[in-house]
Ligand binder design. Structure first.
Ligand code: CA
Length: 383
């Protein structure tokens, strides 16, 4: 008798527990809006916006593609679901190098990429990604947000009906993967390298041949010998593309992209159609994600470098001084040409280099002085 009643009691107890849990969950769910909504309840009846954000990055690529994804999540949460932004990888909606045009024409309300991809349209755009041998991430952030840079960036994009925001920095990149050893500047002659932007011109000016290849084709191009060298980003992203499998030498530092800044772009008419609180949410989410992206790169590059080193199959080397000098000389020529032939580049360049001179003088006795001081007293770095 007991043996038949006991299972029945257990089932009853379990059922009761499930019912209590269900009632509690339902009550919590109903209570949630009042608990987490700081805005007046009238806003919950406000119009819903469904936006598209197109990117220049392969879908799902950590650090680069994940920045706009994080942005969309934050905007959705902060707006209480009133602004939903769908993120698209390169080629899903538009080809990678047509992101700016898509945002300008309103085919998508937002984009994420890098300003230097648009240098064919606006040569001065390179100042908002990276200038060879110039500002690092910390310095770029200072110039953009507190040194007049953002106003110049907005002015450059205004004729296209596009509003820019800083979209995260990669920090100092790596010089790149090479399948030929670099001993001096003569080794640059005839070298075919994937290197975009102003740096590509600089590389060609120093005797190499620069080509622009989208991220998805880099691995095969290196493997088949179509190119001899490639710069992509740094250990974090390079390792995901598998470049350590197809490149022998890993040279540093990234003279050409000492703190490459990414960008968010917003169609101006779409932005202005939003209520002011959603505009503020977009502004704040871009700032938060921009900083978070740099933080992510700082943390993930370390781990990835350790893993690349652990395989023992690559030669990780510093670029020889003679190679750096040749690249610097070529970059001086390229920047002078750019500022002499383009009015916007002249105006932006003057602001950029004024800030750079000032920050360089201060960083000499702050950031650099500290790194030097640290190394004088700490034990040598273990590799
Ligand atoms: Ca790069």
């Amino acid at each position: 008798m007991e043996k038949r009643i006991l299972p029945g009691i257990v089932i009853l107890l379990v059922l009761l527990l499930v019912m209590v849990l269900a009632a509690w969950t339902l009550q919590t769910a109903q209570r949630k809006p009042e608990q987490t909504t700081p805005v007046p309840s009238a806003n919950l009846d406000a119009p819903l916006y469904d936006w598209k954000l197109v990117t220049t990055w392969p879908k799902g690529l950590p650090g680069l593609y994940s920045a706009p994804e994080k942005f969309a999540e934050r905007v959705f949460a902060m707006s209480h679901g009133r602004l939903r932004i769908r993120v698209y990888g390169a080629g899903e909606l538009v080809p990678p190098f047509e992101v700016f045009t898509a945002v300008s024409q309103g085919a998508a309300q937002m984009g994420h990429g890098a300003a230097y991809y648009w240098k064919g349209k606006m040569p001065a755009a390179v100042f908002f990604t990276a200038i060879p041998f110039a500002m690092n991430a910390q310095e770029m952030n200072g110039w953009l947000h507190h040194g007049g840079g953002m106003a110049l960036w907005e002015k450059l994009y205004a004729p296209y009906g596009v509003i820019p925001f800083a979209g995260g920095s990669t920090g100092v990149q790596m010089g790149g993967w090479f399948n030929r050893e670099l001993r001096d500047r003569e080794d640059l002659v005839g070298l075919k390298m994937r290197i975009p932007g102003l740096a590509g011109e600089v590389f060609s000016g120093a005797g190499g041949t620069a080509v622009t290849i989208a991220g998805s084709e880099i691995y095969t191009s290196m493997q088949t010998g179509v190119i001899d060298a490639v710069e992509w980003v740094g250990p974090y992203n390079d390792r995901i593309l598998g470049l350590q499998e197809v490149g022998q030498y890993y040279y540093y530092p990234g003279w050409h992209e000492p703190g490459a800044m990414l960008e968010f772009t917003v169609n101006q008419a779409a932005f202005e159609s939003l209520p002011s609180d959603l505009q503020a949410i977009i502004r704040n989410a871009t700032e938060a994600v921009s900083q978070d992206t740099l933080d992510e790169f700082t943390a993930a590059n370390n781990e990835s470098l350790r893993r690349i080193r652990a395989t023992g199959r690559n030669d990780i080397r510093q670029l020889p001084d003679d190679v750096l000098q040749a690249l610097y000389d070529s970059s001086e020529v390229a920047i002078a040409n750019l500022m002499a032939t383009d009015a916007a580049a002249r105006e932006i360049g003057e602001s950029y280099f004024q800030f750079f001179d000032d920050v360089r003088a201060y960083h000499e006795i702050s950031e650099r002085a500290y790194l030097n001081a640290r190394d004088r007293v700490l034990p040598p770095i273990a590799e």
